[in-house]
Write a protein of this length. Sequence first.
Length: 255
Amino acid sequence: MNNAEITYDLKLLQQSREKWAGSRALRTVYEAIFRDMAAQRIAGPSLELGAGIGVAGGVISDLVTSDVVKTEYVERAVSAYEIPAENWANLMAMDTLHHLQRPMDFFASAAISLRPGGRIILMEPAGTWWGRMFYRMFHHEPCLPAEIVPPFEFPADENGEFANMGMGEGLLTRKRPEFETRLDELGLRISAVEYRDLLAYPATGGFSNRAIFPAEILKVIMAIEKMIPQLLMQKLALRMLIVVEKKPDSKTARE
């Protein structure tokens, strides 16, 4: 049995890839998410961590896809804790941070691997008031931002896995001063936080259910959502875009 078989149910990855190919609604919303992530990049090579079925690579140009193991869907096997120090301009990850038991070890590795001015671009669930309610009702993973506390190290469950969809909200809102201090020690700083996605995202049906609306209607909904003020989205959004930047004068190096 190879590492991919141990880490993943490859049949589920295949099913997700088939759902992606067969649902224009799903592609419409996720491709918009990928484009918004790509808009935060600086010029230079980009690595995606936790790429899963590798579909972001079909939307974002010059993107190297990777996951914790090598499968047919990604180009490389890369651990979020041991990112190759290849002078990356951008590190990108969608729905990966909230699975990390040691998120600060990830940021430490990223600081080593990025060039000065490079960016970590993350898309994460938002543990807003509505986000917590929504994920409690419709998702099996917990969304508990109150449990994201220093030293930001979290135990695995009985299956050896970890997930807390409140990770982004916990780090960027509830414990932001402590998080910023730790980032500063690594030569990193928060560059941007944007709350997004309210109706269009769940209306795709995700990778398990049928879409509620066709792609054309979802495009209209997404356009309306972009007009909602951030102050309101901080209470209602289901996702958050997080950008962390390596300081231009940072000389972080691998010990």
